[in-house]
Design a protein around this ligand. Structure first.
Ligand code: ADE
Length: 225
């Protein structure tokens, strides 16, 4: 899989992809994350990327031409399954969307800034708009990193224990059960006995019951309640 991220602030995206699981996924050749600096596609001398909104009002608007040039260049090099725009008014990111996008080959993610992008970008180049939550960030970069992380970590071969993504919270509309590690007794705080029993079927049953209990308590909406 290849993910191209278009941004005004490429340095903001350096760190999330240079550590741990996302770094290893790239080293293993399972994903290629390529960050593009929109400034390289500015056409005028001042390298201007934004301008005042027609009709007035506060806030600058990202201009269409540099975005068009960048997206067109990428599309001339390969086919893309989706051109995604990160925006608080997009469809809310859920595990199902990450699962769906993880099956794609090539994705472009455009990060917004200021008051957003010229609407013609959204109308003509964007195929999908995604929000990571009902709050406004100062730009789309952190949201793009969240989306990319949610996709990359579930690509086959990325996690060393193939099954661990399947038991994540949300994969089956249930929250994940609690987990414990050594010591089994810390200052009188004990690990549930069943987890020490070695009885696999009982452990599975306990985990499922805990998942249901936690989901009922914390996120009853996931159970349709
Ligand atoms: N850009 C600014 N806020 C955002 C959000 N909540 N989700 C996605 N992109 C954004």
């Amino acid at each position: 899989m290849r993910i191209d991220i278009i941004t005004l602030l490429p340095r903001l995206l350096e760190s999330p992809f240079s550590h741990s699981i996302l770094k290893r996924a790239q080293e293993k050749g399972l994903v290629d994350v390529v960050v593009h600096d929109l400034r390289d596609f500015a056409t005028n001398k001042q390298k201007q990327l934004d301008d005042y909104a027609f009709g007035g009002g506060a806030g600058m608007v990202m201009m269409i031409e540099p975005i068009d040039l960048c997206i067109s260049k990428l599309k001339s090099e390969r086919d893309y399954d989706e051109v995604i725009y990160m925006t608080p008014d997009g469809e809310l990111l859920k595990q199902g969307i990450a699962n769906e996008l993880s099956l794609k080959g090539n994705l472009i993610i455009l990060c917004g800034h200021y008051k957003g992008v010229d609407q013609r970008v959204r109308d003509h180049f964007i195929t999908r708009e995604i929000s990571i939550g009902d709050y406004v960030l100062s730009g789309g970069e952190l949201a793009a990193a969240v989306l990319a992380d949610s996709i990359i970590r579930i690509l086959p071969g990325v996690l060393s224990d193939e099954t661990s993504a399947l038991t994540d919270s949300f994969q089956d509309d249930l929250l994940a059960p609690p987990v414990y590690t050594r010591p089994s007794d810390y200052k009188g705080m004990k690990v549930p006995e069943v987890l020490l029993s070695g009885h696999e079927a009982k452990i599975e049953e306990w985990r499922y019951e805990k998942s249901v209990e936690l989901t009922k308590q914390k996120r009853p909406g996931l159970l349709g309640e």
